[in-house]
Design a protein around this ligand. Sequence first.
Ligand SMILES: C[S@@+](CC[C@H](N)C(=O)[O-])C[C@H]1O[C@@H](n2cnc3c(N)ncnc32)[C@H](O)[C@@H]1O
Length: 281
Amino acid sequence: MRDTLGDASHRLDGAGCASARVDAEFLLAYVLGTTRSSVLVDRDRTLPDDVLARLEELVVRRERREPLAYVIGEWGFRRLTLKVDSRVLIPRPETEVVVERCLALLSELDEPRVLDVGTGSGAIALAIADEHPGARVTGADASVDALAVARGNARDANLGVEFVPCDLFAGLPAGPWDLVVSNPPYVRPDEIDLLEPEVRDWEPRAALVGDGAAEAVARGARAVLEERGALVLEVADGDAERVSGLLLKLGYVGVAVTQDLAGRDRIVEGATTFAGTVLPE
Ligand SMILES: C[S@@+](CC[C@H](N)C(=O)[O-])C[C@H]1O[C@@H](n2cnc3c(N)ncnc32)[C@H](O)[C@@H]1O
């Protein structure tokens, strides 16, 4: 197994994968149906041919820079393991902090109504339902393919989240919601070519590219939020100050920024003192 791991890692490194050795260990663990740490403990074991053949298929996929999460078909997010494929964005660690802020803001409410706009795999919606069992959560997305993935994840996790199609707030139940959360697309069209191939060539374009989506969600949320409701947005690195200013301009109060695990300003929140007000354009 030592040679097999070394060979896979060498090939992935040659293909430009950033963490080739770790990826090779994950792929082998996946094929063996075990954990990465068990693979490391058992390095002198001889691998049967069917395992080697299956590993070869996965290494070839990863060599093409298909994201590790798509190759193994699942990804961890907070306490959940979510199925993911090229229909949905792979949930990121910073989005786990988004969920943390939502849970903190909902902690005093027994049965809050929560809306996740642009739910993708359902990561945020499902994690909130999992960790705040009284919450009544709706996840919404413009992509029917993403909604199919999210519904599958809800079934697997046995969580009663409703998933509905929408275009931003169009097509959604009127609320009022206690919390609107969103990780909207925020890559500018001129930035897409600068991204790693795993993102640029494999993740859904509609989940990545969006200009002005944070503003559209913040504006739309005003009309559907409960008085004393809250809005939580994940924003692009370097955009927190601008989005905070936007929320203040739209009349949100208690506007605050939270850093992600890498210390970057990535989450902006605000509270409402109004209910169901639509701002003029
Ligand atoms: C950055 S991804 C976030 C996915 C997931 N919430 C997460 O954090 O992993 C943005 C999502 O917004 C969806 N989306 C893009 N435009 C939309 C729109 N106009 N209305 C609703 N959803 C939209 C995309 O399909 C995608 O699933």
